[in-house]
Design a protein around this ligand. Structure first.
Ligand SMILES: Cc1ncc(COP(=O)(O)O)c(C=O)c1O
Length: 434
């Protein structure tokens, strides 16, 4: 209650299913209902969360046949439905009682063990007890907010960063400070200065194929960040839903994996993982790895929140991991997204030329671009978005991804859900909208 959306308009911008709160959060599209909020005394904390300027854009959505690069969803055609069906059938046939019963807040033990092995394959040592299963990594972020942030606490994030994290941390009263990024991720010199100046409660980073930035933090910067975390005793939260979606070479090891090389850093590191982008977001299975004291508090807060993540979907994930299908499924996702990213880059260069600047992502789902204003073209992305919708193509202007001082020339384009022909046509429409 309290949030509503225009379902058909939302569907257009995401190119996905009818709207619900979770989807609104993911796209950063929030609608308050004036009549309800007029009569109801909502919690004061809601005043910290602003409605998004993107909603203005929605008034212009309504045309059939729109091509959407706006959503943040993986391509459902790439879900390994056969493998998930096999895993579902197995757990329901062999273990129906426990998987349909209430379970432990920390998570379904076979999955915790499976995740420990999964993380070991990625170079990170974590015991089954050193992680908890969460209802998507979004819940892990919420639990971090709940356990760590008091009103007025400072939090440093990348500028730009995942909008739902900004909104979530603001609900807990965080004062959010943006640290600049470039193609190699967050600028570590500036980050260090900001940490020394503001002494934040935590630093939130998406080091690999960031959303929305597409950027990947270099190995050298990763090590420096761990060093700074240990030296300044600052909690760093690594959010890593996209790390497996690399196109050619694997990205540098996660901060979690590298923390073994930097003494003391593991004590100041939390890591959020998720099956959403590698298996299926509808399963709502993510995980949180954190120092024991933080994990214990997060587990306590999860008890009051949802008691535990669905045992059934946890068991499906646990069994799926034993089927040895994930690598093959991921290989298809990686090559499909790689081709789409290549086509999007070529199309952008061909259709928009030097009016747009971007770094070619090496993985993930997003292009982060900025309008240069070259040849007298507009450098205002929100205005451009309106003209783009008139031409039948949607993207998300970049401004809402900044906690403050938005860069109005920026925009995010997802290449995950449109096929190659749609990408070419959609970017041609963008060219006409310039
Ligand atoms: C950077 C980032 N973190 C966390 C999430 C939440 O994902 P989930 O809750 O589906 O695991 C997303 C989803 O788009 C994301 O982009």
């Amino acid at each position: 209650m309290g949030w509503v959306s225009n379902q058909s308009q939302f569907t257009l911008i995401t190119g996905q299913f009818p709207a619900c709160n979770a989807r609104l959060v993911h796209a950063g599209l929030f609608f308050s209902t004036p009549t309800l909020s007029f009569f109801m005394q909502f919690a004061q904390r809601l005043q910290n969360v602003e409605t998004s300027a993107i909603r203005e854009l929605f008034k212009l959505l309504g045309k059939p046949g729109i091509i959407s690069f706006a959503g943040g969803f993986p391509d459902p055609a790439l879900f390994d439905a056969t493998g998930i069906a096999q895993a579902s059938a197995f757990v329901l046939a062999n273990n129906p009682g426990p998987v349909l019963q209430y379970g432990a807040t920390e998570g379904y033990q076979p999955l915790r063990e499976g995740l420990s092995a999964f993380m070991a394959n990625k170079g990170a040592t974590v015991t089954a007890d050193g992680l908890i299963v969460t209802t998507g990594s979004q819940q892990a972020l919420d639990l971090i907010g709940k356990t760590m942030i008091s009103p007025g606490d400072k939090v440093i994030v990348e500028a730009p960063t995942f909008l739902a994290t900004i909104q979530c941390f603001r609900l807990y009263g965080a004062h959010i400070i943006g640290a600049p990024i470039d193609a190699d991720g967050v600028d570590v010199d500036k980050l260090e200065t900001l940490i020394e100046e503001h002494k934040p409660k935590l630093v939130y980073l998406i080091p690999t194929f960031g959303n929305p930035s597409g950027a990947t933090l270099s190995l050298a910067r990763r090590k420096r960040i761990l060093d700074i975390a240990a030296r300044t005793q600052t909690l760093v939260v690594e959010d890593d839903p996209y790390g497996e979606l690399y196109f050619d070479a694997a990205p540098p090891p996660s901060l979690l994996a590298l923390s073994a090389e930097v003494p003391g850093s593991r004590d100041w590191l939390a890591h959020c993982g998720s099956f959403s982008k590698i298996l299926s977001p509808g399963l709502r299975v993510g995980w949180l790895i954190a120092p024991a004291a933080l994990l214990a508090k997060a587990t306590m807060c999860k008890q009051f929140s949802d008691a535990h993540t669905s045992n059934l979907t946890q068991a499906i994930c646990a069994h799926y991991l034993t089927l040895n299908r994930l690598n093959d499924a991921l290989a298809v996702v990686r090559s499909t997204y790689a081709e789409r990213a290549r086509v999007m880059a070529d199309s952008l260069r061909r259709e928009l030329g030097d009016a747009i600047a971007f770094n070619q992502p090496q993985g993930g789902m997003f292009f982060w671009a900025s309008l240069t204003g070259a040849n007298g073209k507009s450098a205002n992305a929100p205005e451009f978005a309106k003209r783009a919708i008139e031409q039948g193509v949607a993207f998300v202007p970049g401004a809402p991804f900044f906690a403050h001082d938005p860069d109005l020339s920026t925009l995010r384009l997802s290449f995950a859900t449109a096929d190659v022909a749609k990408i070419e046509e959609g970017i041609a429409r963008l060219g006409r909208a310039l």
